[in-house]
Design a binder for this molecule. Structure first.
Ligand SMILES: [Zn+2]
Length: 77
């Protein structure tokens, strides 16, 4: 199992996610982001806005994802 924090995945807090694949951890981070969004958490709203800006460019989004995947792959198990 590898671990990444909400912050490392483009979020805003130090909550840790544990998963065996990048897809899994990305999904966990997304669900957590949605939950915090629904709670109206300001730090996460800001982080999500920044992600949405990034998503306007498919190229930038792809690069971001590949960077994070590499970061995940390089983590010790
Ligand atoms: Zn968070």
């Amino acid at each position: 199992m590898k671990k990444m924090t909400c912050k490392q995945l483009g979020g805003a807090c130090d909550l840790e996610f544990h998963a065996n694949s990048f897809e899994e951890i990305a999904e966990m981070s997304k669900n957590h982001g949605m939950e915090m969004f629904q709670k109206g958490d300001e730090a996460h709203l800001k982080a999500m806005n920044e992600m949405q800006e990034l998503m306007k460019s498919p190229e930038a989004m792809k690069n971001w994802f590949e960077d994070k995947r590499r970061e995940f792959d390089e983590l010790p198990d």
